[in-house]
Design a protein. Sequence first.
Length: 264
Amino acid sequence: MNRIGYLITALAVWTIGFSIVSTGTGCAGMTPPTGGPRDSLPPVIVGITPKDSTLNFTGKKIVLNFNEYVQVQDVQKNLLVNPTPKVNPTVEAKLRTITITVRDTLKDNTTYVMDFGNAIQDINEGNPLRNYRYMFSTGPYLDSLKLGGKVTVAQTGKADSTLIVMLHTSLDDSAVVKDQPRYVARVDSTGRFQFNNLAPGTFAIYALKDEGGQRRYLSRDQLFAFSDSSVTSQSERNDIQLFAYKAEDTTKEKGTSVAPAGGQ
């Protein structure tokens, strides 16, 4: 091969090699990252102090540790504490930790349940840890009685998931106007409600729309229902039926009424 032929061959080999390297590295550099699928998973609890369902509880703080950064949203709206305290606990999030500080005086031999609703969420996507419940007892056992049923809006025959159901230890008709309930439960999208971990007792039962968070019957514009007869937690009934009305509706249903005697 003469000198000119050698140079042409070398140049061709060099050009092909450069093209292969440029093509490989160039494509890799220009391809944008996909970022992966959107995170749709709720935060996961990896540790609890004291542990859930602790007996003979005497502390003031509960610490929840998670697998990712978390936040708490609309605590006043979401958090249900049973039995209802005079002062709600404070709930604070920091990095992967949520700390609950008990501010009320705890009663002896009482089972307490904290239902967080959708308050606990991850920071990046706001995925909620739905209806997480933490419980403890200040005595040597956990109460385990249950009551359940359904609330129907009488005017429509449909459910209203913004209603709450309340149990009062006082059987006086004015208690729902003046006093805080002993226990509170949410109504789901089908109208069902469920009380868990109840102590033995006899209760007046009510349902109402609680837009102000007061858990009392304060306005004739509120949807409201109550049973003519008391309920006992020992019966563990799951078929309680309540029909919610506004006061201006004069329709009556057996076992229900539009407003308590002594109410507004």
